[in-house]
Design a protein around this ligand. Structure first.
Ligand code: NAP
Length: 215
């Protein structure tokens, strides 16, 4: 699906994540960062094939992309990019930023937003020096998390605690598998999408997805 950036956009947030699934904490975080950094737009970029990730089988990229589109549809500041899911191979942020620069031009000021946990490993990321040159980095995290600069110059990175990030995608998946409600934790459209496509069900515990009770 094509998306358009408002031509007046000068300061662009890039919200990178697996979004498996996207939840209200992600939306609040993007909104808070947009406010604090006076961003014109925030582009959500679901990962393609996440590297360094063997904890769980990541849901098909099309499902994650469509849930992100549904979740962001009503906010004029938010758009979703397919740039990472259409690039073959593992997702590296340096490629994300290069592709978006090619697409939107070099004059845009970029702010790469993601979970502070993910950002804490940035020194192991491919070509992380180029990542730091291309974008200001913003690590968002849940309350109580110890916020630490992973070793970058202080002007390159901002760490922000976002109370709404008490929600996590892991919790949402576990709730669905246990037939617990996810209403008010994810947007209603995402909840309906999860139910329709029978995502995150533990087949043993929920033989009948219609009775999963996720709404
Ligand atoms: P992850 O390991 O799945 O997530 C780590 C933590 O950060 C989780 O608590 C997660 O919570 C949170 N998180 C992730 N994205 C978030 C976001 N946008 N806003 C708020 N919290 C977020 O991280 P990941 O999704 O694989 O990677 C995050 C981003 O870093 C992606 O854009 C990825 O491409 C990039 N990355 C790049 C490299 C590289 O270039 N070598 C390596 C690793 C990651 P939730 O599960 O609730 O989201």
């Amino acid at each position: 699906m094509a998306y358009s950036l408002d031509p007046r956009t000068k300061r662009l947030g890039i919200m990178g994540g697996t979004f498996d699934p996207i939840h209200n904490g992600h939306l609040v975080a993007a909104s808070e960062v947009a406010h604090r950094f006076n961003l014109d737009q925030v582009l959500f970029v679901p990962t393609g094939q996440p590297w360094q990730k063997e904890q769980h089988n990541v849901t098909d990229a099309e499902h994650r992309y469509l849930m992100t589109v549904i979740a962001t549809a009503a906010d004029a500041r938010f758009e979703v990019s397919r740039v990472d899911i259409e690039r073959p191979g593992p997702t590296f942020t340096v490629d994300t930023l290069k592709d978006l620069r090619l697409q939107f031009g070099a004059e845009l000021e970029l702010f790469f937003i993601t979970g502070a946990d993910a950002l804490s490993k940035i020194l192991t990321w491919r070509d992380h020096e180029a990542v730091v040159e291309m974008a200001h980095l913003i690590g968002v995290t849940r309350p109580g998390h110890n916020l630490q600069n992973p070793g970058l110059p202080s002007e390159a990175i901002t760490l922000m605690e976002i109370p709404a990030l008490a929600i996590s995608s892991t919790d949402v998946r576990a709730r669905v598998a246990k037939s617990e409600p996810i209403r008010y934790i994810v947007p209603d459209g995402v909840s309906f999408y999860i139910k329709k496509h029978r995502l995150y069900l533990d087949a043993d515990k929920n033989p009948d997805p219609q009775s999963a009770g996720i709404l």
